[in-house]
Design a protein around this ligand. Structure first.
Ligand code: ADP
Ligand code: MG
Length: 257
């Protein structure tokens, strides 16, 4: 599913709970094929921005996909929730969870067609979880569960994916594996992925873009400029930057304070 000239545009977006803005004046442009990190300290509005994109929260300004308000392209967007908020004690298999993606797309009361079956199979294949099909989700590692959630999102037919802290709780090898996969997943298929990140170690070499928040927009654009040491210090503050920045490297060059 290629949409070659599609763009995701945030135009002066301000989203509020009640009267208090949780994230404000965000403007950014993301081309197709971009893997964008959403960065910022706790409470910076990262999750809120994703919720606004999903239409779960009122906002001012515009969020455009391909020049149209995102609500009109609602089916092209899939939200992948944080794993630690999920109840995995449910007696569901991997295949059943991926199939939920189709029910989201077609509505729970519609019949499951051959096309739905094909979409589920394709998503399972692409995420490399074929051997896990019949496994209960209670018996998956964090990395496996994350791939199942991505497959479910893919099965909806979306091509814009919003991931809230997908790397949390994964060990280093699983993180790298997932990041490699997200990179291929995005660039090879002209999708857009926005992922809320906690760990700046995970930026390079995977992410092409960054959107840095501190309730207001600190920076947005190609990762080298938007997530420069100056911008990150501006977002996180010197005290947080101290343990973070020396480990952060871009294009092989270790950034010092
Ligand atoms: P982040 O994901 O960057 O940690 P959030 O987007 O979750 O931050 O939150 C941004 C701000 O909005 C915070 O001040 C938070 O307390 C507030 N907030 C988040 N969710 C709600 C809610 N459901 N009702 C009211 N305020 C909220
Ligand atoms: Mg959050």
């Amino acid at each position: 599913m290629a949409h070659h000239h599609d763009l995701l545009v945030f135009d002066n977006v301000t989203a509020s709970y009640g009267r208090r803005p949780a994230v404000h004046h965000v403007s950014a442009v993301l081309p197709c094929g971009s893997l964008c990190a959403i960065l910022g300290p706790n409470g910076a509005g990262k999750s809120t921005l994703l919720k606004a994109m999903m239409g779960w929260l009122p906002f001012e300004g515009r969020i455009l996909i391909d020049g149209l308000p995102a609500v009109q392209h609602r089916r092209r967007i899939a939200y992948v929730p944080q794993r630690d908020g999920l109840d995995t004690d449910f007696p569901l298999t991997v295949e059943e969870v991926v199939a939920q993606g189709r029910f989201q797309a077609i509505g729970a009361l519609a019949g499951f067609t051959a096309a739905d079956r094909a979409a589920v199979d394709a998503a399972i294949q692409e995420l490399g979880i074929d051997d896990l099909r019949q496994r209960p989700i209670s018996r998956l590692s964090g990395g496996q569960l994350q791939r199942v959630l991505l497959a479910r999102a893919l099965a909806t037919g979306a091509d814009i994916f919003l991931l809230d802290e997908p790397l949390n709780g994964l060990d280093v090898p699983s993180r790298r594996e997932l990041l490699d996969q997200l990179r291929r997943w995005t660039t090879d298929h002209e999708r857009i992925v926005l992922a809320v990140l906690h760990d700046l170690d995970c930026l390079a070499p995977w992410f092409s873009h960054a959107l840095v928040l501190r309730t207001h927009l600190v920076a947005a654009g190609p990762v080298a400029e938007a997530a420069s040491p100056e911008r990150l210090r501006e977002a996180f503050g010197a005290e947080v930057a101290a343990p973070v920045l020396p480990r952060f490297s871009l294009a092989g060059a270790t950034v010092r304070r």
